[in-house]
Design a binder for this molecule. Structure first.
Ligand code: ZN
Ligand code: ZN
Ligand code: ZN
Length: 161
């Protein structure tokens, strides 16, 4: 996954993609990509700032938005409170999805079997064809409750009844 992604490759792709977007590859943006390549899985902004103290909180939101627009960073979120970030698939070459917990906001990577991805692509392609939509790729979050939250949520449902 991300640990297999060489920082030199990341810099090459980032320079190209940011240039296409008319953006500069500033030191702050380099720090973000480096931190994301060092961390495992999707992380929140506080986790990012914790890992790389040189990042300024004031510019990190804006820089993440620029990197996301350039396709270098992926944002996974139900709401801004629990936004998680990771290197984009253009950098990692690792297509995957996410389990998103609506209770605690935890986000975890999930890699589906190739056969599932192929079936998914086929179904989504026919849905796109129906409305003449040109499909490039898909993004899909699996939304629900994580194992750590299930106990509490079940009790809550029972007590409401
Ligand atoms: Zn949870
Ligand atoms: Zn992920
Ligand atoms: Zn997929």
């Amino acid at each position: 996954m991300t640990d297999m992604t060489d920082m030199t490759d990341i810099i090459d792709v980032a320079l190209l993609k940011l240039r296409l977007d008319g953006q500069r590859f500033t030191v702050g943006r380099q720090y973000i990509l480096r931190a994301l390549s060092e961390l495992v899985g999707p992380v929140t902004i506080p986790m990012l700032l914790d890992h790389q103290p040189k990042l300024a909180q004031s510019s990190v939101y804006r820089n993440l938005a620029v990197l996301e627009h350039a396709g270098l960073v992926s944002k996974i979120a139900l709401g801004d409170d629990h936004a998680h970030y990771e290197l984009g698939e253009a950098l990692t070459k690792h297509h995957h999805h996410h389990f998103v917990c609506t209770s605690c906001g935890r986000v975890e990577d999930v890699t589906l079997a190739d056969s599932v991805e192929r079936a998914l692509d086929k179904a989504l392609q026919s849905a796109a064809d129906e409305v003449s939509f040109t499909l490039h790729h898909h993004r899909l979050d699996l939304v629900g409750l994580c194992s750590r939250c299930t106990g509490g949520a079940t009790k809550l449902r029972r007590s409401v009844k």
